[in-house]
Design a protein around this ligand. Structure first.
Ligand code: SF4
Ligand code: SF4
Length: 428
């Protein structure tokens, strides 16, 4: 496999947005009558399920499909399970969605079930994986992954989003509190925090090392943080966790601090919403709320062929339905008018070289994409650095021929993962 140097002389040219200095409160979206929760585990009709349609659930109740399930979700309301169905993601992976009918007119202040928490990471992992911000508790509690550094991200990873900067400005004390809790639970000695260089935080903490990140995209992506602030080069095909580093969002740390104080789970997710004219809104919505409830609150009308993108403009993916629920790790939603959706085309590569010049990982994107178009995933990885890609999306942004390079790469990595899993299974 080729392992190219990660360093490059090419300068990224896009700037991150900075949160307003005195941001106003987010628009609070009322809890809807039906909430949809997604469980990673698929339905297995041969097994006896622990939950079924018609079951009553309490706010804060842990829901699992089967006795042996390690995946779970937590009900954000007291109500009834009105549907359990298969959910298909962008790559055709099957998971499960649960629809909970909200039985009362509940407010966000309604009491949630309390838990018997212990001061260890396994206990946190037992109840708090689905807190707003999706803390990586499964990894932190794992016996097989050895984490020695935690990085709290106050700098938003994609363009346009200011969700984590907002949380940093508003809840800095909670972040410090959450950091202390994280340190106590995990006993991981090194705690760092990323803060955009232009954001004035209200005071630093002895407990946490602050990394001031550049305003230039893609400085806030994990691979860039590792390179620029920890002098670590992420090897091809490896994750930050493989290198002993775990990233956790500012929102997840704040959620954890509140959860430990109240001994119960929180469900209110902060989101940055970008409207059709580029207007930016900030919303606070209960996990499981369908997106159209948020759009209605801001009088954003979705027409046929408009596009809803979950995530930022560089790394986001389109969803096919405005019923898509708010999820614990959803920071940004963009609505693009059908008339201004950036076009993609079938035009072949014209070898302009722009993608290669802008790629921060020095991937030969123009050649790589030919192998991906031909479904030659192993060759793409072995000869053309598929796995060195840090998924910044810059190549697709600059492509003269408007080839959806980023989407090809994401799909290629996914197919490669499946191929390798199959090979491993066949070898056993
Ligand atoms: S998304 Fe494109 S530009 Fe970014 S690292 Fe991957 S190949 Fe390079
Ligand atoms: S930017 Fe697009 S057209 Fe230009 S070399 Fe890369 S893939 Fe080809």
């Amino acid at each position: 496999m080729i392992k190219r140097s990660f360093f490059t002389l090419t300068k990224p040219r896009l700037l991150y947005d900075l949160v307003e200095p005195d941001p106003k409160e987010p628009e609070s979206i009322p809890i809807p009558s039906d909430l949809t929760l997604v469980l990673d585990e698929p339905i297995d009709s041969t097994r006896q399920a622990l939950i079924k349609e018609g079951d009553s659930v309490e706010k804060g109740e842990k829901l699992r499909l089967y006795n042996q399930s390690t995946d779970y979700t937590i009900s954000p309301v007291t109500g009834t399970i009105s549907a359990i169905d298969t959910y298909l993601d962008d790559f055709g992976n099957t998971s499960t969605c649960l629809v909970i009918k909200n039985s009362q007119s509940q407010t966000t202040d309604t009491n949630s079930m309390t838990y018997d928490l212990k001061d260890d990471i396994a206990s946190a992992d037992e109840y708090f994986r689905t807190l707003p911000g999706a803390p990586p508790l499964k990894i932190l509690a794992s016996n097989t992954v050895k984490i020695n550094t935690i990085i709290i991200t106050c700098a938003d990873m994609d363009l346009l989003s200011t969700t984590h900067q907002y949380i940093t400005l508003k809840f800095w004390d909670k972040i410090k509190e959450g950091a202390k809790i994280l340190k106590k639970l995990t006993r991981i000695p090194k705690l760092c925090i990323t803060v955009p260089e232009n954001l004035n935080i209200p005071g630093e903490s002895d407990l946490i090392q602050v990394f001031k990140t550049s305003m230039e995209y893609p400085s806030n992506l994990p691979a860039m943080i590792l390179k620029n602030h920890l002098s670590m080069i992420l090897p091809a095909g490896k994750t930050p966790e493989d290198m002993g580093v775990s990233f956790i969002s500012a929102e997840a740390v704040v959620s954890l601090a509140t959860a430990y104080k109240t001994k119960s789970a929180g469900f209110e997710k902060i989101l940055t919403i970008i409207g059709k004219q580029g207007t930016k809104y900030r919303a606070k919505a209960t996990i499981g709320t369908p997106l159209h409830k948020i759009f209605n609150a801001f009088s954003i009308h979705i027409n046929d062929q408009d596009r809803i993108v979950i995530g930022g403009p560089m790394k986001g993916f389109a969803t096919y339905t405005h019923n898509h629920p708010v999820q614990p790790d959803m920071d940004t939603v963009i609505i693009q008018d059908r008339d201004i959706i950036p076009e993609v085309s079938d035009t072949p590569c014209v070898n302009c070289g722009k993608c290669i010049r802008i790629c921060p990982a020095n991937v030969p994107v123009n050649i790589l994409v030919r192998y991906l178009e031909a479904d030659q995933y192993e060759e793409a990885a072995d000869k053309y650095d598929l796995e060195s890609c840090i998924e910044c999306g810059l190549c697709a942004y600059v492509c003269t021929a408007k080839i959806p390079l980023y989407q090809y790469i994401k799909l290629g990595k996914y197919e490669l993962f499946k191929l390798r899993a199959l090979e491993t299974a066949n070898d056993e």
